[in-house]
Write a protein that binds this ligand. Structure first.
Ligand SMILES: [Zn+2]
Ligand SMILES: [Zn+2]
Length: 356
């Protein structure tokens, strides 16, 4: 099978012929029809994470947002069979530990991150192996085509989990979204669908135009603010005293702190973006101010596979379309160039590999 392999961090991926995987006894092999390209791939490709001993190894097949059809299953798999339409969450649980049993497979301590570690080769490939398939595979509804499902497989579900499960955004809430890349735009669309009034923040006017299209009531471009007005001040003006929920979808120190400072008293910040080499996993925060105003700071990662039916129900009930986020379809050999483009933040919406 053809697969895109990380030869050296920051160097072009190699598209090579690899032996196709077979299913483990509790696992499945999925024929990949579509796989999104994400900022997490860019982090992996660039070699970030060394400080946390979390660098993706050379030789890794990247790609963690697959949708497709089951090609084969192991003999212990009950719920799935050849030809089933599926989505594969990137945060794979072992399916048996207390976290998985409680419906939190995304924080499974024995879990694997698809496409980020040698034990879990990714889906920039014609086939991808999925461990603990009964637990991890998600049945894809007929109305959800593979390309839209790939857009949903990481950023959309991450945004849903952050807004609807880690915290519970509802009608009338003011929600600020800092960073309008794939996960930020997903958050805008989902927060609006949940009934919130959304303020979107980005330094790129094209990204903000998309945010407006996806339901943002207001947009803020820090570069266009008068010198005496900060992003948090502008958001507090627009939301009559501060956002109920604010989400950092980017993960740099400035957006994280701006997000916290955008909140009203007792507001909730949700951190979704992972930091870069500049922050090395740590951001200093206004803790006295957070204490004074009883601010909550939550981390949020991916979404447990068991939450997909709720997300599908929201999509069906409100008519929102994750496929609208797809800005470009790619072939496997184009992935390298699109990762390099992320150095300059020159990628909008969600780009999806559909040709392998
Ligand atoms: Zn992703
Ligand atoms: Zn587990």
């Amino acid at each position: 099978m053809r697969a895109a392999i990380l030869r050296e961090h920051g160097e072009p991926l190699a598209v090579r012929e690899l032996p196709a995987p077979g299913p483990a006894s509790d696992g499945a092999v999925v024929r990949v029809d579509a796989c999104g390209v994400c900022r997490s791939d860019w982090h992996a490709w660039a070699g970030h994470g060394e400080w946390a001993d979390d660098r993706v190894p050379r030789g890794q097949v990247l790609g963690h947002e697959p949708a497709g059809e089951v090609a084969a299953v192991g003999d212990e798999v009950d719920r799935f069979g050849q030809g089933d339409r599926v989505v594969v969450p990137f945060s794979l649980g072992d399916g048996t530990c207390p976290h998985c049993r409680r419906g939190a497979g995304n924080v499974c301590e024995d879990g694997r991150a698809l496409g980020f570690e040698a034990a879990a080769p990714g889906a920039f490939a014609e086939r991808v192996a999925v461990p603990a398939a009964d637990y991890n595979l998600v049945e894809r509804p007929e109305w959800l085509d593979p390309t839209a499902a790939a857009a949903l497989g990481c950023r959309y579900m991450t945004a849903y989990h952050a807004l609807a499960e880690r915290t519970t955004v509802g009608g009338g809430d003011a929600v600020a979204v800092h960073g309008c890349g794939g996960v930020g735009l997903s958050a805008v669309q989902i927060a609006a669908a949940l009934g919130a009034r959304v303020v979107a923040v980005d330094v790129d006017d094209d990204a903000l135009a998309l945010a407006s299209e996806f339901g943002a009531a207001d947009t803020v471009n820090p570069a266009s603010l008068p010198a005496e007005r900060s992003v948090p001040e502008r958001i507090r003006d627009l939301t009559d005293g501060g956002a109920d929920v604010s989400l950092d979808a980017l993960g740099i120190a400035e957006t994280c702190r701006n997000s916290v400072r955008s909140l009203r008293p007792r507001g909730t910040h949700v951190q979704v973006g992972l930091t870069t080499d500049a922050e090395r996993g740590e951001v200093s925060l206004p803790t006295d101010w957070m204490t004074r105003w009883e601010i909550s700071f939550l981390g949020s990662r991916g979404m447990p596979p068991t939450s997909y039916p709720d997300l599908f129900a929201l999509i069906e009930a409100t008519g929102i379309d994750p496929g609208e986020l797809v800005s470009r379809e790619l072939s496997l050999s184009e992935v390298s160039d699109r990762l390099a483009a992320m150095d300059e933040y020159d990628a909008r919406g969600v780009e999806v590999v559909t040709e392998f």
